[in-house]
Design a protein around this ligand. Structure first.
Ligand code: HEM
Length: 232
């Protein structure tokens, strides 16, 4: 029996994935810019994290929204992929792009793989940093610092420690490269689903996705590598 709810249709699912995906792009962009404050010094980074923690209920509301966006994005993304598999249970022998104007590319076919790895990364990431030493429910006097007379979590110490290890520095670099391919296709696809695309706009919108994805990914990669190679 087919569902009457338009949001449960394949187009509705693409819309939900696109809208939540664009919301997450705003989040990762802000997060990446926030991380770059570490280049101006540990105190600036700790003060920024302390300012966010001080937002209290506003921060909780933002966190609930981010979790909801991730969940809707992941669930709908998996359903789209399952729907496509059902439509073509036997894969292509040789997978070739349809060529222009098709925007099928390696990243568009690998969304489920890059997305799944990013999902696993996210769980490890939140456990390592947000709930790491000095974080909520994990008080640790060694990760408390004093900046300008105010006691706060020494998040900078944790970040410096983690990215001193090759596992974290290069693991993060690898995952951020996957993030670039995920965003490159995702931003383009979301804008297309939202109808923002007329054929004449295709190259521009595709370019925006590629450039924004690259900027966000490289902005993230800068910190682990700079720390690992003692550049900061
Ligand atoms: C080099 C890359 C990254 C670094 C160094 C980094 C660093 C951090 C740190 C230190 C925190 C803890 C913040 C706090 O407790 O105040 C955090 C939280 C978080 N990060 Fe990242 N992050 C990176 C990449 C990413 C990416 C790519 C995503 C998403 C795909 C992401 C999603 C999150 C989320 C959802 C939180 C929890 C935010 C909250 O609940 O307040 N991070 N990150």
């Amino acid at each position: 029996m087919s569902s009457k709810n338009p949001l449960r249709s394949p187009v509705g699912k693409k819309l939900i994935t696109g809208i939540t995906g664009l919301g997450l792009v705003v989040f990762v962009l802000m997060h990446m810019i926030g991380n770059l404050s570490m280049f101006t010094g540990s105190d600036a980074y700790n003060e920024y994290a302390h300012f966010l923690a001080g937002l209290g209920p506003v921060l909780y509301a933002m966190e609930v929204a981010i979790v909801a966006f991730f969940l809707f994005h992941i669930v709908n993304g998996i359903q789209i992929w399952l729907g496509k598999r059902k439509a073509r249970p036997v894969g292509y022998d040789t997978y070739r792009s349809a060529g222009k104007p098709s925007q099928q590319s390696t990243s568009s076919r690998s969304m489920i793989i890059t997305g799944s790895i990013l999902g696993i990364f996210l769980v490890i990431h939140i456990i390592s940093f947000k709930f790491g030493p000095g974080g909520p429910g994990n008080a640790d006097a060694a990760y408390v610092t004093n900046v300008g007379g105010t006691e706060m979590r020494d998040l900078s110490k944790l970040v410096l420690e983690k990215f001193g290890s090759p596992f974290y520095a290069f693991g993060y670099t690898f995952v951020m490269l996957l993030l670039i391919t995920h965003l490159r296709h995702g931003i383009w696809s979301a804008l297309q689903s939202l109808g923002a695309m007329r054929p004449s706009l295709t190259p521009l919108v595709y370019g925006v996705g590629a450039v924004l994805g690259m900027l966000i990914g490289l902005g993230f990669i800068a910190l682990p590598l700079a720390i690992y190679f003692h550049l900061i």
